[in-house]
Design a protein. Sequence first.
Length: 335
Amino acid sequence: MGRHNLSIVKGVERNSSPGREGLLSFMLQFSCQIGISRLASTLALAWLPLLAACGTEPSSPLEAAPNWPRAASSGLAEELAGTPGAVEQLTVRARTAAERLRFSADITEIEPARTELDLCMGALALLPQAADLPWQAWLEESRFTLPELAEAQMRAAGVALGAEAIPLARFMDFRESPSAARIQAHEIFWRHDEGEALARANKLLMSERPRNRDELRPRYVEEVLLPKTLASVTELMLDIATSDRMEGRARILAVRALRDRGSQEAPAILESLFDTEGRNFLLRKEALLAILELEPERAHRMLLEDLPSRDIDLGMWEFMRDLRQQEGLPIPGSE
């Protein structure tokens, strides 16, 4: 199946509200007149609450990772900006929360520890000096010992560095990396370079030998690919759905995604999957349901011609009989 490396052109939406436009214009002009990048970053942090109140978010760094960092992290970063020892305070708090998650938290402490880790790493990503922090050194220290911390660091680095986080993402994209941190690395690829993202996703999903009991590939489909509507991702979903080397859950998620995206290529390919898949009953059901939604005539023909023997495959026989009844087709035993 062909692959197309599509270029991504990112536009910046401008709010038509005069008040918001004036506020942003004033900030930009002031920053240019001062001409000092550090001061401009600090001022931008100080304006975060006012921008939120106006319904406008700064284009950087929050735009790089939608919905994260959260407002609480923005407030903490604003509070600590310019404070001596701010980085050390936040890194110690984040590491302590990650160690509790990994080694000692009981059931009631898990969510507070996760919240604390998220809060502190989000604030680190928003500090004026965030781009200069030693993200790679931190990841080298945490990636094999504290995977929860490595995941949060990778996400925060993506916000702090923007497209400059790509080399760091490459550093984390290898088989032995913690799955969650590697997923965050791939999010950086998809955000800034679709061609590299697609090549690396293909390698991870189709070529790389999965680790024992590792759920990386289903997680990758669910967390990284499902939210993306790019044509290249839809093509990748077709490959995932039809790969007999792929975990069943990943294939089912891909079939559902093809149905939801209205893929015109999917029905013929899913019919072939339905005919050849011999082990995964749930996958065959999902394939037939997707075909029924995307191309009802094809599904009706399959229901009439491909009904298995009741004695050989009772589950599929009953499922297809129920679909015949639902679609107003002849029901077995009543023709």
